[in-house]
Design a protein around this ligand. Structure first.
Ligand SMILES: [Zn+2]
Length: 306
């Protein structure tokens, strides 16, 4: 089968490899889509993480199951959260997949996993419908947070991004106001917009110093900063402000699939709206990863179709 193999920083190669054999508790899946995750992008630019999950946003159809697999059979269509999915076939442990509801489109199924990261973050952060929230970053992570906040009934959601296309998308998806951090000082604007108080919650969805600082400086006294962006660099933080303002900072890096599914089913959330492009496996590197590392950030979510 064809698979995209990680050989090193900025070095992905399309290769012919053996098809995976499912273990006793695994299914072999013919991959329909694998979404390019922000964490994949970081690994592409900086090297694999110790616990790499390169290529994990998969969906597809089961073609074979191991003899101990229960509840799944060949022909089932599933969402699979398992690394190695930039390939025609994937072996996935049964606990890492859920059935795709029959009426759910493949495109939507492909972005349930990123939505589930937002679901986990919002739940862990204890965000309340009455909260005012700043989301720093309108890439896939920030936009999924936006959808999740709408799902739980948050009304005042401010967002920031340097990319015009991403700001437009955030507006389309229902952000109350979208600001450009290159054009204005975000904490100053946020204070103005919140009668000098600051927001209840700020979500860092980029993974850089500037947006973390904006979050810390924009939350109210005893406010919360939820950090979901993936940081590759160490960042200096103004600890005195953190202490005197009694800020709570929460790191988040897990998923809540059932909550994401319930938002889709009962709150009408449409995560597929962040998909801007679908490319064949052959173009994973040039038209997927390379495009997403560009400064302009024209694309938002790219799906690979093996
Ligand atoms: Zn992901």
């Amino acid at each position: 089968m064809k698979a995209v193999i990680f050989h090193g920083i900025r070095d992905l190669r399309l290769e012919e490899v053996a098809e995976p054999k499912p273990g006793p508790r695994e299914a072999k899946i013919r991959v329909k889509y694998c979404g390019i995750c922000g964490s994949d992008l970081h690994e592409y630019q900086h090297g694999l993480f110790p616990q790499s999950s390169f290529g994990h946003e998969a969906c597809g159809e089961i073609v074979e199951v191991g003899h101990e697999v229960k509840g799944f059979e060949a022909g089932d269509r599933v969402i699979a959260v398992q690394k190695g999915a930039y390939a025609e076939y994937l072996a996935c442990p049964q606990e890492r997949m859920i059935k795709k509801p029959g009426k759910m489109s493949w495109e939507r199924a492909a972005v349930v996993e990123p939505l589930s990261g937002a679901a986990y973050a919002i739940e862990k952060g204890g965000v309340q419908p009455s909260d005012t929230v700043l989301v720093a970053g309108a890439g896939p992570v920030g936009l999924m947070i936006l959808l999740g906040l709408k799902a739980i009934g948050v009304e005042k959601i401010f967002m920031t991004d340097i990319s015009e296309r991403r700001r437009k998308k955030a507006e389309e998806l229902g952000a109350s106001l979208v600001l450009n951090p290159l054009a204005e000082k975000i904490p100053v604007r946020i204070k103005e917009l919140s009668a000098g108080r600051g927001v209840d919650v700020a979500v860092e969805a980029v993974g850089i110093e500037a947006s973390l600082k904006d979050c810390l400086a924009s939350v109210r006294y005893q406010g919360k900063v939820i950090v979901q962006g993936i940081f590759t660099d160490r960042v200096p933080v103004h600890m005195l402000g953190f202490v005197t303002r009694e800020t709570t900072m929460i790191g988040t890096n897990s998923a809540n699939l059932p909550l994401a599914m319930s938002w889709i089913e009962s709150k009408g959330i449409q995560p597929e709206l962040i998909i801007t492009r679908i490319i064949p496996l052959e173009q994973t590197s040039a038209e997927g990863f390379e495009v997403l590392t560009k400064k302009e950030k024209e694309e938002i979510k790219i799906l690979v179709a093996p």
